[in-house]
Each structure stands twice: as structure tokens, then as C-alpha cells.
Design a protein around this ligand. Sequence first.
Ligand code: SAH
Ligand code: SF4
Ligand code: F3S
Length: 470
Amino acid sequence: METNADNSILDIQNLNIEKIKKWNDEYYNNKGKRRKFYCLTMGCQMNAHDSEKIIGMLSRMGYDKTESEQDADFIIYNTCCVRENAEEKVFGKLGVLKHLKKSNPELIIALCGCMMQEDFVIEKIKKSYRYTDIIFGTFNFHKLPELLLSRIETGSQIMDIWKEHGEIAEDTDYIREFPYRASVNIMYGCNNFCTYCIVPYVRGRERSREKSDIINEVKKLVSDGVKEITLLGQNVNSYGKNLKEPVSFAQLLREVNKIDGLERIRFMTSHPKDLSDELIYAMRDCEKVCNYLHLPFQSGSSRILEKMNRRYTKEKYLSLIEKIRKEIPDIMISTDIIVGFPQETDEDFEETLDVVRKAGFSTAFTFIYSKRIGTPAAVMEGQVDDKTAHRRFDRLLEVLNDGIRRVQEPKIGKVYDVLVEKISSQEGTVSGRSTDNTLIHFNGGKELIGTTVPVKILENKTFYLIGERI
Ligand code: SAH
Ligand code: SF4
Ligand code: F3S
């Protein structure tokens, strides 16, 4: 149905949205209540941002949001397949939905996201989960209204999986999870093919959005009250290389930094192999760019890094950290770590602990290696047994947590500007983040949400700090 004419994707989308809206309005006129949708986001920030766009479409189609699956007329799971347990969770939940569908035959179940790009998943759904209604992948979620309309009109299961990307749908009409904070895609896909990782297979090749489209989107968000934006990409450091007029990520940051009214700029994820001096200087110079960098190192063993196809060594990673700290002394750095990659020995693992001890991370996301069908690592010899992987994982957490506590300790007594996000569970307190991305709880009420206030740090709880307003 797509043509290459400008805006055709969104024109078709709008047409279908209108049709479903009518269908939903009729329901409302007859029943006096609106149909409801339930959307579950199972993956990373990209996945969450896709959900915001999906929720935007559903709202425009006349659905109300519900937090309860039992209450919903339309259930959508935006899936992730980066590790096996994410997939198992989906199949587990689908079993439960079968019963819901029995008690409410009108219920429409949709599955989308990364997992749907895997052939074996589609085979399994065709065989064992025939009661699901709409299945689509990562490249065509802008087609949701069209697919839903086909489902309503035909009553049969609709499957539409693209194997690669089409035109980028410049849809900026989404519903944000937070009023003061927003994510903006700057690029899609990944070309790095780390040997353990499924993302390049399910998200396709790297492609960047035009700088002007990104700037316009950020300006629009700022005029709508957004103070903090996160620029999203699997490897933001290679942004702009494939554009007709190449732009570097550092240049993009400097441009976004000029936008009036914007307070904070964050970005993720950075790949160490592409982190240039130019980017470090841009981070240092741009006052809106936060004092925070997420820089996954995955393993401290250069031997394992090579098998992972990460294209840097332990020494290169550590010297990069040193260079960054020299230019931006108070920066907080977080990371991702995998333990139990094939052939990882105790000595390799000690190298990982060594990086943790030397780098001084403020937080870390830690994972036990998970075999992904179709990736080179899945067929490597020397897969590490579960018991060893878990032993290393527990040890890693001990060393990490000790390091994180030490990194946060010197903050006691100092004052940080906190952008308040929400009310905390403890009465009379709110929480938010300093520009270095540390979670801080302090005394205050809901009127502070969305404002930036100075807070003095009183106590270090390792994963968050406690402070008081000054
Ligand atoms: N593009 C980002 C990461 C995306 S996936 C980057 O390169 O930094 C997020 C994290 O999941 C990765 O950094 C890695 O630590 C972890 N991960 C990816 N594949 C995995 C696998 N097969 N098993 C365990 N962890 C994995
Ligand atoms: Fe996966 Fe590596 Fe790409 Fe990150 S850079 S998404 S870990 S292949
Ligand atoms: Fe993200 Fe998971 Fe897909 S980590 S890119 S949602 S596989």
C-alpha cells in the first residue's frame, strides 16, 4: 500500500485512524463507555519510545488507556528478544491471555517489536498461538491502524512482518510517558554485529535521521514543556555517517545545545570504539549536555572482547575513561557487563573485575550471557555452564556495589540540581535526578514535579541518595 510520495505513510495512517475512531465512537455512543487498550513495553528505551508512538496512535483511534489487562478490549505487547528470559516471559503471558480471550471473544491481542522479527517465533505463533490477532515487527509499526482495521473487517489473524526497513515515518505525534522528559530517535538499527547480540538482526542496518528533523522535533517538544531530552540510538557515536550530507554526533549535540528553553540533553548508547575526541570536547563544552555517560564495556578481557567483536581492548577502554575524566572531572559513567560469554575463564572474569575496580562506575547493568539463535556466539565452543556463570555474576555484583558506594560517598554534603520526576513511596518526599543521572530522594510535594531544585545530599544508599531541599 505504501508509495514513495512524501508523507504518504502518514496520510494512509491518518485515514485508517479516522475509520477506527468512528468505529470506537459508535461503540461509545451505544455503550456509554470507551474501548480500552493495555500496552506492555518489554524492552529497552527504543522499545519504550516505540510504545509511546503506538499509544499515540491508539489514543487518536479513540481508545482509552487502562493498566489492567482484564479490563482491556485491545492488548498489545511490545516485545524484546535481547535475552532468552524476555522471550519466555511473552510465551508465559500469552498462555494467560488465551483464558482472557475465552471469556471475552471481542478482545483483540496484538504482538509487535523485536521478537516478532525472529522466524522461529513466527512459526511458534502460527502453530501454538493462533488466537493472537495482529502480529507485526519493528520496521512497520506505523501500520498498526491499517492492520487493526483489516482485523476488524475480516476477523482473521493479520501478520505483517517486514524483513528490512522502508522509508522512515517521520511521525512525531506520540504520547510521552513523562511530561518533562522525552526521548528522540536520532538513528535506527545497528551495524556492529557484536557476536552475542540479536539487535542487528531484528532492527536492521544503521540509518540516521536528518539533523533538521531531529532539531525540529526537539524544538516542538520544548515548546510543549519538555526540559530534558534523551537522544536515542544503538550506537549514537556513529550518527550521521550515512546521511547525504554527513554530520557527526558531536556536531548534532552542539546544535541541540543551542535550543532555547531546553535544560538537559542525555543520549544513549555510546560504543567505546567510536567515541571520538570531538565528542568528548562537545560534551565538555555544551552546558546542557549532562555530566553522565553510559559506556558499555561488556568484558574486561581483551581476548573475550575480540571474540565478542567489540573492536577495542581493555587498555583502550580504560584509557578512554581516563581521557573523558580529564576533560570532564565530575562526570558519572555507567556501563553494561556480560558474564559467562563462551570460553570465558576465571582469569578472563578477573579482568572484568579489574575494570570495575579501576573505572569507578556510578551504576551498571549486568547480564548473564544468553544464547541467541542465529548469532555467531550461539555456536561457539566452550559455552559456560549456568553454575559458573551465576557464581561470577554474584561476585561481580559484590565488587560493583562496593565500587558504586564509594563513587557516591563524596557527594554527601554537596548540593545538586535535581529535576523532580515523581512522588516517592515515602510520604512527603519526591525523587528526581541530578544531571549526572543519580537518583535522589528528598522532602517535597507534587507541586515540585517538573521543576529543577537545589538539593543538599545527606545520605548515601548506594543506588540512590537522600537529600534535603535548600
Ligand atoms: N547498543 C547497545 C546495547 C544494546 S543491548 C550497546 O552496544 O551498548 C543492551 C545490553 O544487553 C548490551 O549492552 C549487553 O550488555 C546486553 N546483551 C546483549 N545481548 C546479550 C546476550 N545475548 N546475552 C546477555 N546480554 C546481552
Ligand atoms: Fe548489539 Fe553490539 Fe549493536 Fe549494541 S552495538 S546493539 S551490543 S550489536
Ligand atoms: Fe531493545 Fe530488546 Fe529490541 S533491547 S532493540 S527491545 S531486542
